[in-house]
Design a protein around this ligand. Structure first.
Ligand SMILES: CC(C)(COP(=O)(O)OP(=O)(O)OC[C@H]1O[C@@H](n2cnc3c(N)ncnc32)[C@H](O)[C@@H]1OP(=O)(O)O)[C@@H](O)C(=O)NCCC(=O)NCCS
Length: 156
């Protein structure tokens, strides 16, 4: 399921030069960088093996915000089962946050959900993850339930 149309954007580099990036489906060569981003962001990160499984899955896809010289700035993953979409992860490298990348990545899935008439798009987020909750709230996500998790649970 990798038929997303790549889109482009740019984020400001220091001090003023914008860094152009495109949103494109994950490819094998980007997996080590994405795994590194996972490790930097999450206490229970997805491994290179798990990301490779996503790449090979018929139901899942990952979108990457990547520069021309193939630096990964952020990524997000979705699984679709019948008409239900599950956003597995979204992460932006720390130095590129608050520049609209998370919104761009999420926007791809929102447009996809609309185009494919998905019944819903869902995700899980920790109560304490204020940045992610603010991002989801901005895009109209609403809380529908709370899950009790053990300390090593994977919701971020
Ligand atoms: C959550 C995350 C992906 C947001 O990415 P981002 O590129 O910084 O998001 P954007 O720049 O598109 O921000 C969009 C909106 O989200 C909200 N937001 C993002 N970061 C925020 C923060 N630190 N505090 C408050 N609101 C925040 C704001 O409403 C923002 O809109 P605004 O800039 O107009 O105020 C990023 O913080 C991240 O990678 N966090 C670590 C990984 C993670 O926790 N992922 C979520 C797992 S559920």
């Amino acid at each position: 399921m990798t038929n997303f149309t790549p889109t482009i954007g740019s984020v400001p580099a220091q001090p003023t030069q914008p860094i152009p990036y495109k949103l494109a489906p994950m490819d094998r060569g980007l997996i080590p960088q994405i795994a590194a981003l996972e490790r930097a962001c999450f206490s229970v990160p997805w491994t290179e093996e798990m990301l490779t499984e996503e790449l090979e899955s018929m139901n899942s896809t990952c979108i990457v915000a990547v520069t021309e010289d193939r630096e990964v700035l952020g990524y997000a993953g979705i699984t679709v089962v019948l008409d239900e979409g599950y956003i597995n992860n979204i992460a932006v490298a720390r130095k590129y946050r608050r520049m609209g990348l998370g919104s761009d990545l999420l926007g791809v899935f929102l447009r996809f959900a609309k185009a494919q008439n998905l019944a819903f798009l869902t995700l899980e987020v920790r109560d304490t993850n204020l940045a992610a909750r603010a991002l989801y709230h901005k895009f109209g996500f609403e809380e529908v339930g709370r899950r009790k998790i053990r300390k090593e649970g994977n919701a971020q």
